[in-house]
Design a protein around this ligand. Structure first.
Ligand code: 16G
Length: 254
């Protein structure tokens, strides 16, 4: 534990932190550590055991204080690696009228983008995939699941399905799906997107570094070739605090 943090979390401070339950005082002290920069954005919190020992409080008290700060979004828990001070999110705006890829969207904003692969494989299509992509029973589907990250900030989880006729080898997609579809001369030219509000479930919240129940945007995109054939069916979950979709509207001409 750094000397500064040790001073902030000291027993004397806790005793001097006014009245109220111990966990509320500890919570205030942790908030102060973040506000004053003693704990920087992205920094790991010392293990709960160490904080409990140092401030001479029970682990239940530490857990309660941290739980509240996680619920408020000041701290984030990452499975297997501990608790961290949340990074302030910079909002990304996406225009709804342009059919662009995640990689292109981020590059246009001067942001770096990368993906963590969650799954890549060839499968027998589900009834939904068969219907939406217009597949026969003999055609396989390529499935690609990724955590999409921009400037080191996780933004979305994307699950894309592409007909095996258009993308026979999903392992060929290393970075951008649309770049690979372009190389195969089957890049979509039109898409229909449906956006709905959702709350994050535990597994998704952990991947995106937000608290369970945080606001999210669930998006389904079906994209098409010039011929009208559907190429891609993608279900994505975007962080509600990090993404704005902007649509330009013009007056209807009757
Ligand atoms: C965007 C698309 C997604 C597409 C991906 C390709 C939305 C909601 N989704 O994220 O459907 O598969 O771009 O990106 O905009 P890539 O070429 O960088 O892999």
């Amino acid at each position: 534990m750094s000397d500064d943090l040790a001073t902030i979390l000291s027993l004397e401070r806790l005793q001097a932190a006014g009245t109220g339950p111990l966990y509320v005082k500890l919570r205030r002290m942790l908030e102060e550590a973040v506000r004053t920069g003693t704990l920087g954005h992205g920094d790991a919190l010392p293990p709960e055991r160490d904080i409990a020992e140092f401030a001479a409080v029970s682990r239940v008290t530490v857990r309660k204080a941290i739980d509240e700060l996680v619920a408020d979004g000041l701290l984030v828990r990452r499975h297997g690696s501990g608790t961290f001070v949340a990074k302030p999110v910079s909002k990304v705006e996406q225009r709804l009228s342009q059919l662009t890829s995640f990689t292109e969207d981020m590059a246009r904003r001067g942001m770096s983008s990368r993906s963590e692969w969650l799954h890549k494989g060839i499968h027998t299509p589900s009834p939904d995939e068969m219907m939406i992509l217009g597949l026969g029973t003999d055609v396989k589907v390529s499935r690609l699941s990724r955590l999409r990250i921009a400037d080191d900030q996780p933004l979305a989880i994307e699950n894309a399905s592409v007909s095996g006729e258009f993308l026979p080898d999903p392992s060929a997609v290393t970075n951008s799906l649309y770049a690979e579809l372009e190389r195969l001369q089957v890049r979509p030219v039109r898409a229909v997107q449906r956006i709905s509000a959702t709350n994050m479930k535990e597994a998704d919240a952990q991947l995106l570094g937000v608290s369970v129940g945080a606001a999210g945007l669930s998006i389904e995109r079906i994209s098409y070739l010039g011929s009208g054939r559907a190429v891609e069916f993608t279900r994505s979950l975007y962080r509600g605090d990090a993404y704005d979709f902007v649509a330009e509207l013009t007056i209807a001409v009757t």
